[in-house]
Design a protein around this ligand. Structure first.
Ligand code: ZN
Length: 143
């Protein structure tokens, strides 16, 4: 399936030091009533937790990075899961040597500093996540 979207508000801001990166982005979406949108951010984290979905085992494995890292790139989207806005984001995090780690942003990633941009979208229908049997993931409908 696909959905034609039109741009709504653009919201820029920063997250508090010590906040959980994923939860804080979701909180902004909920406070602003954004149920469909796009998220971008840069900054730094004091520690990180990123996921890798093992396709054959149909489960996430998490990597805990107990070190300060740059958010070289964060991109994600906002849609609805369980009746609430949900942020799905992937990050590229870089260390002091410029080496990068990347994956599915999980709770447990702690903000040192973060500047974000949220683009709200409007559409004729909501994008709602549900369990997708072929992948085991909570995805948008396929038709
Ligand atoms: Zn993901």
């Amino acid at each position: 399936m696909n959905l034609a979207v039109t741009p709504g508000r653009r919201i820029m801001g920063r997250l508090a030091k010590g906040a959980d990166l994923l939860a804080a982005l979701e909180q902004v979406a909920r406070e602003q009533g954004i149920t469909l949108g796009e998220v971008k951010a840069i900054g730094a984290v004091s520690q990180a937790r990123i996921g890798y979905y093992h396709q054959a085992e149909r489960q996430y494995y998490f990597l805990d990075l107990a070190q300060p890292l740059e958010i070289a790139s964060l991109m994600g989207n906002i849609s609805v899961k369980d009746g609430h806005p949900m942020v799905h984001a992937h990050v590229t995090l870089s260390d002091a040597q410029g080496r990068a780690f990347g994956g599915h942003l999980a709770e447990g990633t702690i903000v040192f500093a973060c500047e974000y941009l949220i683009q709200e979208y409007q559409a004729a229908a909501a994008l709602v996540r549900g369990l997708d049997e072929p992948t085991g993931l909570f995805l948008w409908p396929d038709k």
